[in-house]
Design a protein around this ligand. Sequence first.
Ligand code: MRU
Length: 344
Amino acid sequence: MRTVEWADGRVRFIDQTRLPLEKIILETSDYRTIAQAIKTMQVRGAPAIGVAAAMGVALGALEIEASGRDEFLGCLTEVIETLRSTRPTAVNLFWALDRMSRRAGEGADPASIRQALVEEAQAIGREDEDANRRMGAYGAPLIPDCGRVLTHCNAGALATAAYGTALGVLRAACEAGKRLQVYVGETRPLLQGARLTAWELQEEGIPLTVITDNMAGYLMSLGRVDCVIVGADRIAANGDVANKIGTYSLAVLAHAHGIPFYVAAPTSTIDLSIQTGEQIPIEERSQEEVLAFQGVRTAPLGVKAFNPAFDVTPHRYVSAIITEEGVVQAPYGEGLKGICRPIG
Ligand code: MRU
């Protein structure tokens, strides 16, 4: 099944907190459950969060009983605000909610708005998969045959509606006949690399080796990494990239070793309303995620932890940004503006 999908007035999604040990599929007709799933990272990854939130709005619309247009739209605003407050960094969330809100505003009455929102949410899911496949086609030529590729976190099918962004590029390279060896950074503290990326690549039959995050520099110094590819949660107008914590360190290391550093992301991840990465809100999550893993304490009781979920990689360390509209290189300001179309 797809990571998140619409099924006859309900939303089905894979509970990513249980992978790789169990593949549990949850189903709900309650938008609050979707909001909670995004907060707790049962659904995670920027594009998947956007798709899930759009479907959450559609569920909310089906639940609202108001018969007048204005009252209906008032209730819908509450649904959208609940979903908006789940996670702050991935701009795909806000992009999808704004698109749903605009679509709702075009409707004449509650019945037609409900119908339009159900269709729009499904369209967002379909378009995401389509964008990922196009991104894969643009990005695959950048990956060398027999390439040893380092990736971080999970920017695969699980982080999107399907196919993936950074992993989509690697899938496309394999589909084109290239042989790859993928190094997967485990991605502390929640191990999206070791749990999710390793699971996806194994299912796909793509050879992989898991490393702990602190092994990347040594691996590069041995000459065993040909390129790095990651996804993104938000890209500023100047090409600065917010992605999973640890991405910045990899970019600096890649730069120091003369290794290309690629970012793969759909245009829905590009936020032209902010000029630089300094303006990107960085989510800080519970200290417990650093001090314990799945309920098992790993640090002494009473100590504090710092837990930013993302960091910002300055555009000077990014060799190229791969999107569904093409590959953009510096100067990013012009290139990113050229490929982003206004929605609506
Ligand atoms: O906290 P997460 O797991 O939602 O973070 C995910 C990432 O940082 C991904 O790299 C990013 O969303 C791109 S997903 C295609």
